[in-house]
Design a protein around this ligand. Structure first.
Ligand SMILES: Cc1cc2nc3c(=O)[nH]c(=O)nc-3n(C[C@H](O)[C@H](O)[C@H](O)COP(=O)(O)O)c2cc1C
Length: 153
């Protein structure tokens, strides 16, 4: 049995690295086992996720500035499709956005949009592969969110 499910997409490996290091950290510090679902490997296949999960989403937008134009999502939409399919959104405890702050207003914009679209909270963010401090910080946020979720369900 796994204690935590992480659903993510990673095109150039940064989010994948974060997920792996986060999982290792949770195993060592909290003895937690994680199930990792990498949407990129699914080739547009979807299936129901019946346990609560956390989504992790990098940002890939075409052009634009995030204010008045340019929020065309490229490459990451299979994660949105996966969450929308089979009513999976109802089991999503929240989303963590990743990106690069050089993109200014577009930083983690897609995760913010998913939060609005599906109605789950944006739990936090990290840049590129994330630092050890990001892992500690976001692990604490995830664990707190899990407790809150269990209390409310
Ligand atoms: C074509 C392209 C567009 C990007 N657009 C954004 C963006 O709009 N906002 C942002 O915060 N990061 C943007 N990024 C940065 C990526 O989100 C960042 O590199 C992320 O760590 C990639 O995750 P991955 O390696 O797991 O795919 C973009 C990167 C590329 C290559």
């Amino acid at each position: 049995m796994t204690d935590l499910t992480l659903v993510y997409i990673s095109l150039s490996g940064n989010t994948q690295s974060f997920v792996k290091r986060l999982s290792d950290y949770l195993a060592i510090t909290h003895n937690l086992t994680t199930r990792q679902i990498n949407i990129k490997e699914l080739n547009h296949e979807t299936f129901p996720v019946t346990e609560p999960f956390i989504a992790l989403l990098p940002t890939y937008l075409e052009g634009g500035n995030g204010v008045d134009h340019g929020d065309i999502e490229i490459l990451t939409s299979p994660l949105g499709d996966f969450i929308a399919a089979h009513d999976n959104a109802k089991n999503c405890m929240g989303i963590i956005g990743s990106g690069n702050k050089n993109f200014n207003h577009q930083y983690i914009l897609t995760a913010k949009q998913y939060s609005k679209r599906f109605g789950f909270p944006l739990l936090g963010d990290f840049e590129l592969r994330g630092t050890s401090a990001d892992i500690e910080r976001l692990a604490a946020v995830i664990l707190e969110r899990q407790v809150q979720w269990i209390t409310n369900h």
